[in-house]
Design a protein around this ligand. Structure first.
Ligand code: AMP
Ligand code: ZN
Length: 466
């Protein structure tokens, strides 16, 4: 069965192919850089990382754009309170986000783009929307008139029964003629950051950011647009309205939304105050791999309840896989193959791949790996595991780790770093070439003392930390 995803737009599981058959043009809503992200946010970004990696495993190239929302009400407020410009203020949290993402081994999207770098494009888009009659002005702000866009509600599958067009709703800040209308451009307010523009002095609304930046880099129709489930309405509904009003074309072919990380009965959120940051958990001694594993292990369309028991279980699961990996590396197995085990390894690989093809069913995929590892360990205990079984076992672990990426332990403070290890391995290889086996052995011993095990394979030297 082919790769398929649940599409929020159609509410169906659909077979996925990029429109050009080759490169997936994907946009994901990134963080608002007003503070540290919490592990709920990171669940959504981890899902997107698994999605990236599986798309690539399935042979597609990626052009993935993620935005950083670096201007909004909270940023303006907090920056002012800290006596900083919005640029100074967001810089520290942008860096913190990048550090957290790297610690969790989230791949860098092909393009990370900032809202404040795209103000002229946003102004231009708003002008075009106005020229097409989709906007109105009120007290210096420009609003999108939702009643002018006939497909409004098609993503969130809502007919807005209680929010009829024409019902006048005054918010305390801005005047709108319909509760669903939203600001494209917010008029300058005293003491707030603003830009001078042909449409008046002010700043962009949040929704226009994403429409403008996604279409600028990816074209008018994206293959995939993803985000957390809370963004479906109004954010993504509004993105569709603006974008399709501008182009007359379908904005995104697939909409993927990930469910929330919960803490007990409640959604983990900054505003409720019930959250952990990655830094909190690392400070308590948990590893980034265990956190990554936990966040990835439940399929993205199911809520995941965060517990410390769950985090311990994740660490144990990783340990089991690492032990198996070490057993494979260190074992001297008799020649030949155990046929039953060979068939089970092939079956596990098939099941792993089919599960991820099935709307990224990570739980089933992990189940297939652990079932095989249990059988292989049993065979090893009984002396039945054979030399010819190792390649398949390694292949399965490699396929697993290309997606889940938890086998290599993260360096701890004071540990020898990856590049230092690579340098020493290169020096050892050079010594061996020069037939200086004494030196080569010394290097191996030095690495062993520093907790690094080398393994010579046909494809070169592999290393792992003890
Ligand atoms: P924000 O920085 O508030 O724009 O959020 C960044 C991303 O995190 C968005 O895609 C949200 O949908 C997502 N998000 C926020 N809270 C949670 C949560 N508790 N679980 C999963 N994702 C979340
Ligand atoms: Zn967005």
């Amino acid at each position: 069965m082919a790769l398929r995803f649940h599409n929020t737009l159609t509410q169906q599981i659909e077979e996925f192919q990029p429109a050009d058959g080759h490169t997936v043009r994907m946009y994901t809503c990134g963080p608002t850089v007003w503070n540290f992200v919490h592990i709920g946010n990171l669940r959504t970004f981890t899902f997107q990382d698994i999605l990236r990696r599986w798309l690539r495993a399935r042979g597609f190239a990626l052009d993935h754009v993620m935005n950083l929302t670096d201007v909004d009400d909270r940023i303006i407020r907090e920056a002012a309170a800290a006596g900083k410009t919005i640029y100074e203020y967001t810089e520290q949290y942008t860096q913190a986000f990048l550090d957290d993402a790297a610690a969790l081994r989230l791949e860098r999207p092909e393009r990370l783009v900032k809202a404040t770098d795209h103000i002229p494009e946003m102004v231009e888009a708003i002008r075009k929307l106005s020229a097409k009659g989709f906007t109105y002005e009120s007290e210096g702000s420009v609003y999108f008139r939702v009643s002018g866009f006939k497909d409004y509600g098609k993503l969130s599958h809502s007919d807005f029964g209680g929010m009829k067009a024409g019902a006048r709703v005054d918010t305390d800040k801005y005047d709108k003629t319909d509760a669903r209308d939203f600001a494209l451009w917010k008029a300058r307010k005293e003491g707030e950051h603003f830009w001078e523009a042909a449409i008046g002095a002010g700043r962009p609304g949040w929704h226009i950011e994403c429409s403008v930046m996604s279409m600028k880099y990816l074209g008018e129709t994206l293959d995939i647009h993803a985000g957390g489930v809370d963004l479906t309405f109004p954010h993504h509904e509004n993105e569709i309205a603006q974008s399709e009003a501008l182009t007359g074309k379908r904005f995104a072919r697939f909409w993927l939304h990930s469910e929330h990380l919960m803490l007990g009965e409640q959604v983990m959120s900054k505003s409720l105050g019930n959250f952990y940051t990655l830094r909190d958990l690392l400070g308590m001694g948990y590893t980034p791999e265990a956190i990554r594993y936990l966040l990835a292990s439940v399929p993205y369309r199911k809520q995941l309840n965060f517990t410390f028991d769950g985090l311990h279980a994740a660490a144990t699961a990783i340990e089991r896989l690492r032990n198996f990996d070490l057993r494979l590396a260190g074992g001297k197995f008799p020649d030949g193959a155990h046929d039953g085990l060979a068939a089970r390894a092939a079956g596990a690989l098939r099941k792993f791949e089919e599960s991820l093809d099935d709307d990224l069913n990570t739980a089933e995929a992990l189940g297939a790996v652990f079932e095989y590892v249990r059988d292989a360990n049993t065979a090893m205990d009984a002396g039945e595991f054979r030399a010819a079984n190792t390649a398949q076992a390694r292949g399965l672990l490699a396929r697993f780790d290309a997606v889940f990426d938890v086998l290599k332990p993260a360096a701890k403070a004071g540990d020898i770093t990856g590049p230092e290890i690579e340098d020493l391995i290169a020096a050892r290889t050079a010594a061996r070439k020069a037939r200086d086996f004494k030196r080569a052995d010394e290097i191996r011993m030095e690495l062993a003392d520093r907790g690094v095990i080398l393994e010579d394979t046909r494809d070169g030297v592999r290393w792992k930390r003890k």
